[in-house]
Design a protein around this ligand. Structure first.
Ligand code: GLU
Length: 317
């Protein structure tokens, strides 16, 4: 359980210590290069932000530098689907009959498991699972990108946009995602044309945000589904808890067990080096450092989160 507010350490000081400790680890990582524009990322960038439920922001490094959110968008697509499930019966049953809730233990873009498991992806935090979520959203949102941007604007209080250069680069390199969508279609687990689904998915990955903004976005998950600045309910408490549970068990590719062991908080990473996290009832958190470890998670980001949790004694386990 999180410790009471009164014994929280000085978070500004903690973040500076964490950054000094974690930054050097980035040299052992590699920036993602299978999406050409990501290969140009500056490996030396680092930012970390922790935002309290009362809005107090603690930051270190380049927290106002935008970067593509990539797979972090999978959380927001799932949130939109859960909103639909809160509003209408049957949506949750349909979704969970088409995508599982188990860690994959395989790379995020693996086709092998999908073939073995008859086109039902293990969870919504890997590419195939997110494609199913996007397929479901195509039935329930007039324009799922617009809905995602609206959600993000509600959560950050600021306008949020797609980076067109990233989108072009991503669309040109989406071979595996197209293969996954087609494989799922061949098993009868895709309702819309695969191009349409992949397009919705890549557009969400190309959304550009800053570390500070992303730290704000998870506060509602730390607050039983209510955005703390406005008091607006984003999700029911049950669905809020479930999104956080899926982040915890499936949010960091095939290193989710290691993250639970080292960090012990719900997390979701993206291949541009961002990781969002949250401390229930206390904080929204984001760290960004582009070089990745072999599982595809930000290397210095993982080290920073581990150090942060050790310093604050805020792990949920
Ligand atoms: N757009 C990336 C892809 O589809 C996202 C991967 C990620 O961040 O995990 O490969």
């Amino acid at each position: 359980m999180p410790v009471p507010e009164a014994v929280l350490p000085d978070l500004d000081q903690v973040l500076h210590d964490v950054a000094d400790y974690a930054r050097p680890y980035a040299v052992d990582g590699h920036v993602a290069d299978y999406i050409p524009v990501l290969a140009e990322s500056d490996p030396g960038r680092f930012g970390m932000a922790a935002v309290e439920l009362d809005g107090t922001e603690h930051t270190v490094g380049e927290v106002d530098e935008p970067f593509p959110i990539q797979s972090i968008s999978k959380v927001f697509s799932l949130v939109l689907a859960m909103q639909k499930a809160d509003a209408a019966e049957g949506v949750a049953d349909e979704l969970w009959s088409r995508v599982g809730r188990e860690p994959s233990g395989d790379p995020f873009n693996s086709l092998v498991q999908l073939e073995h498991e008859s086109g039902i992806p293990r969870n919504p935090m890997i590419n195939a699972g997110a494609l199913i979520v996007d397929d479901v959203l195509l039935d329930h949102c007039e324009d799922s990108l617009h809905s995602t941007l609206e959600l993000l604007e509600t959560l950050t209080g600021e306008p949020v946009e797609v980076d067109k250069q990233v989108l072009d680069s991503e669309q040109g390199a989406a071979h595996r995602n197209r293969a996954m969508a087609n494989l799922m279609a061949s098993f009868g687990n895709l309702r819309h044309p695969s191009d349409e689904v992949v397009d919705a998915y890549t557009r969400a990955c190309a959304i550009s945000m800053t570390t500070r903004q992303l730290a704000r976005t998870t506060r509602f998950l730390a607050n039983d589904g209510v955005e703390p600045d406005t008091g607006k309910r984003i999700l029911s408490p049950a669905h809020s808890k479930r999104v956080a549970a899926i982040m915890f068990t499936c949010g960091t590719y095939d290193a989710a067990g290691e993250f639970a062991f080292q960090v012990g908080l719900p997390c979701k990473s993206g291949v541009a080096g961002g990781i969002i996290s949250l401390v229930p009832r206390h904080l929204g958190v984001c760290v960004w450092s582009p070089p990745l470890d072999t599982a595809g998670n930000s290397l210095a980001g993982r080290v920073a989160l581990r150090r942060f949790v050790e310093r604050c004694d805020l792990s949920i386990v």
